[in-house]
Design a protein. Structure first.
Length: 133
């Protein structure tokens, strides 16, 4: 946090270190910022600091990922659960693809199922009538 404040950046809203608070840092940390711009700047500052201190392997593993909205996460979770179910029913895992950007599940290359939240309602749309039965 001193590195961020020295760079004139806002501090993280919340920080979570993997492991118990009494344990030494094991290299996994999650930081929550108020905006994507703040997070991107913080990552750049920390990467620069790691490079200066010859921690090259650390700076190359440092990245920022934004959580999706609850609507997008719910739709993707549903599709991934459906994928797991198909695998349990002996479908080949490589034959099932979930496009997490479009929220569509494909089986053997064919679009089969789309999931989305519209307003407050979860909706699933069978895109192939053989699968929707």
């Amino acid at each position: 946090s001193k590195t961020l404040s020295d760079a004139g950046l806002p501090l993280a809203v919340d920080t979570y270190k993997k492991g118990k608070n009494t344990e030494a840092f094991n290299g996994v940390m999650f930081m929550k910022f108020g905006s994507s711009d703040q997070a991107d700047k913080a990552v750049a500052v920390i990467q620069e600091r790691c490079a200066k201190e010859n921690l090259e392997s650390t700076s190359s593993q440092l990245w920022c990922n934004w959580d999706e909205s609850i609507d997008k996460r719910f739709a993707n979770s549903f599709l991934l659960a459906m994928r797991r179910q198909l695998i349990q029913w002996n479908f080949a895992p490589k034959s099932i693809y979930v496009d997490t950007d479009a929220h569509i599940m494909k089986v053997r290359g064919a679009e089969v199922l789309k999931a989305e939240v519209v307003g407050d309602e979860f909706q699933r749309h069978w895109m192939n009538e053989d699968w929707g039965r």
